[in-house]
Write a protein that binds this ligand. Structure first.
Ligand code: C2E
Ligand code: CA
Ligand code: CA
Length: 694
């Protein structure tokens, strides 16, 4: 160490050392700037910036070395081999070009350090090639330890410099990287020079004049600084053009016309860049989805101009609060989104609280409190998602949770909570392909006469056999299909399939098909039923459509009109789940139903709850007086069946009489024999006496 320090102060011309230091500092700073710029571009532009960075790095490293060598006084005349001197300059440029390119394009996390290592080694190789070009009149001795130390130091500092530059570990990382690169160059030079010991000998050879050498050092410094200056100039010119282009772009396509905030296109581009950046720097970014709470209400109450004013005010407040690495865009309607480069949790919380202040500060317009309030959902890259779509999706899920919970303004994405919503969405999209993949199937459940036990028909019940999750109950996927409109194609398929299969049966059993209220929004439903009957050749009297009260309740006139048209075809209509709806009596009065299906819940409790029993009695009496047969659903035990028989119930359906089964299983009994018990109430599978019927 002492030797290195002595080397600086005693053996060097201090003015030239300062000059070398200046070139070194300017060169390193320019190199890091150009290099970070190279990292934010792609394609040819990136190649160009890497080239400029390598030229700036190579020339400034070489100039620093050359000036410092001239500053070194070995105590004896010196001269330079021109070829080797030029070779050392080329080594500096080519070596840094390779190192910088590897650092920014290498596939692994250690690429920046590996590239930096190569830059460090290139500095060392340049130095020792330069030393080979350097001739002194005297005996030159080398100390291996210093020599090795110089190479190691240069390589390590080189690696550290590019690691910091790319990984962006800190807000000041550009300056820190510059400092470390300077250290790489300086430590190499002085440790390398400390490795040399010259014992002067006057050999009388040709040597350079010291004044000429000084002049050359100055000239080299000037040329070096000019090269570096050219690099910086291109950086600044590009920066300016970029800014101009950016502003023009913003004005043209990237802006939301109403608020002046970036729009969805701009947001997508921005998020992609930020993710790319965070991936390289191994840092985090937060995505915050913002949805205004009372916007619709304000719009409805006060008109669109007030709504627009609210959006503009909030947009203005949010763009005013943005700092470095922060971004806000309007996606449309009352949806906004914010992106934040975050160092830690505190950093993010601070940003969120600034957003909250902006969103919740009162807005008064014409003496009307138009403060909208908002719900915020946060997801963090890479903790919650590792790509743009997933991140947006997760922030969205968290935002919906915040919206649903009146006590919360901000929700962070939580896998367990939001996964349920996601799996519902996934299921919905899988249902879309389920029909094409043949995963949907119909099972059939028998409906029998209570008094004779005779089979009257079968109800078609939809089944979904998911390739990985197994059977999914219709109570889960029918509501999903109703939400996203899939129920229309699915319902068509059910109707067509059930009718086609039933038409092929050897008996004239009825086939009951469930219709969703959503199918009634399609005015062509009666036409569809007609077509299906013609196509399949099923006599209309064998088809029974089951609807619930919800169907009529949603749009009474329209639904009743459609039911009448369907009934006119000769098809019968049953009211399903009766007793669970809103205005049962009114429904029955409004339309001449052909069957009442008494809901399962009453039969389940018939033996334990006097109320249920009373309701069953009332419904049976109602059926009798309106002359509509009643079918009891969910009959599971023989005592339930006995009781229903005693009360005069007409028909029954339930596990006791038969579970829903695939077609193959019921066709056996369809074609073979028709078994009915002889006695009125005996439908006990174990002890029933069966008689063969035609
Ligand atoms: P639903 O129309 O009331 O159908 C009767 C449901 O009760 C069926 O459930 C059936 O398996 C079940 N069930 C029958 N007997 C018994 C019993 O003794 N005990 C018990 N605990 N349950 C019994 P599933 O098949 O799960 O269907 C549930 C609901 O899904 C149906 O209720 C219906 O609303 C809907 N659904 C099924 N298939 C279709 C369809 O093709 N279209 C439409 N729109 N809805 C359908
Ligand atoms: Ca039904
Ligand atoms: Ca039912």
């Amino acid at each position: 160490m002492m030797r290195v320090i002595t080397c600086v102060f005693v053996e060097h011309d201090i003015k030239l050392v300062l000059l070398a230091a200046m070139v070194c500092l300017a060169g390193s700073w320019t190199t890091i700037r150009l290099f970070t710029r190279a990292n934010t571009t792609a394609g040819l532009a990136s190649v160009g910036w890497h080239f400029l960075a390598a030229v700036a790095a190579g020339s400034s490293i070489w100039c620093t070395h050359f000036i410092a060598i001239i500053a070194y006084d070995p105590g004896t005349p010196v001269s330079f081999n021109p070829v080797l001197t030029i070779v050392s300059l080329l080594i500096a440029m080519a070596g840094t070009a390779v190192g910088l390119t590897i650092a920014s394009t290498g596939p692994t996390q250690i690429a920046p350090a590996a590239g930096g290592l190569i830059v460090g080694l290139a500095i060392a190789l340049m130095h020792y090639t330069g030393m080979a070009a350097y001739h002194v009149e005297g005996l030159v001795e080398w100390t291996t330890a210093y020599l090795v130390a110089s190479v190691v130091l240069s390589a390590l500092f080189g690696a550290a410099a590019l690691h910091v530059a790319i990984r962006h570990t800190n807000a000041n990382s550009k300056y820190i990287a510059t400092g470390i690169l300077v250290l790489a160059i300086v430590s190499l030079h002085f440790t390398g020079m400390a490795a040399v010991q010259v014992t002067p000998m006057n050999l009388g050879g040709a040597h350079a004049d010291p004044d000429a050498l000084q002049a050359m050092a100055l000239a080299v410094a000037v040329v070096g600084l000019v090269v570096v200056g050219a690099g910086i100039a291109s950086y600044l010119i590009d920066d300016r053009t970029r800014l101009d282009n950016y502003q023009r772009l913003r004005e043209m396509a990237m802006n939301d016309a109403l608020t002046g905030l970036p729009n969805r296109t701009c947001f997508t581009d921005h998020l992609d860049l930020e993710i790319q950046y965070a991936r390289r720097a191994a840092s985090k970014i937060a995505l915050i989805c913002i949805d205004l709470d009372r916007f619709k209400e304000i719009n409805d109450l006060r008109g669109h101009s007030v709504g627009d004013e609210v959006l503009k005010t909030l947009a203005g407040r949010m763009s005013d609060l943005l700092g470095e690495g922060e971004f806000v865009a309007r996606l449309g309607g009352d949806e906004f989104v914010a992106v934040k480069r975050m160092r830690d949790q505190a950093d993010l919380l601070d940003f969120i609280s600034r957003l909250e202040t902006a969103l919740f500060a009162p807005i008064w317009l014409d003496n009307f409190d138009a403060t909208a309030g908002a719900s915020l959902g946060v997801a963090i890259y890479p903790d919650d998602a590792d790509n743009r779509d997933m991140l947006t999706n997760n922030a969205d899920l968290a935002m919906y949770r915040a919206k649903a919970d009146v006590t919360k303004i901000v929700c962070f994405y939580e896998r367990s909570m939001d996964e349920a919503v996601r799996s519902r969405r996934t299921l919905a999209s899988e249902l879309r392909s389920a029909m094409e993949n043949g995963e949907l199937d119909l099972h059939y459940q028998v409906q029998t006469s209570v008094s004779t036990g005779e089979v009257l028909g079968y109800e078609a019940l939809l089944r979904w056999k998911h390739p990985t999750r197994g059977f999914i109950p219709p109570s889960l996927f029918i509501p999903l299909a109703e939400e996203n409109g899939l129920i229309k194609p699915i319902g068509d398929w059910v109707l067509r399939t059930a009718c086609a299969k039933a038409a092929a049966w050897p008996n004239d059993y009825k086939i009951a098909v469930n219709l969703s209220p959503v199918q009634f929004t399609n005015a062509d439903l009666p036409k569809l039923v007609h077509e299906v009957l013609l196509e399949t050749g099923l006599p209309p009297s064998r088809l029974e459509l089951e609807i619930t009260e919800t169907t009529i309740f949603a749009d009474r006139e329209r639904a009743l009109h459609m039911l009448r048209r369907i009934k006119a075809l000769g098809v019968t209509i049953a009211i399903d789940d009766f007793g669970t709806g809103y205005s049962s009596l009114e429904t029955l009065r409004a339309f001449p139903f052909d069957k009442i299906k008494l809901d399962r819940s009453f039969i389940l409790e018939v033996e334990t709850s006097p109320q249920s029993k009373a309701i069953i009695r009332a419904v049976l009496a109602l059926g009798q007086s309106l002359d509509i047969p009643v079918l009891a659903e969910g009959v599971e035990t023989s005592s339930q069946l006995t009781l229903l028989a005693d009360e005069g119930c007409d028909e029954a359906q339930g596990f006791l009489l038969g579970r829903p089964m695939p077609l193959e299983e019921i066709t056996k009994s369809l074609s073979e024999v028709r078994l009915v018990p002889r006695r009125k109430t005996l439908l006990l599978p174990e002890d029933a006496e069966f008689a063969q019927v035609g």
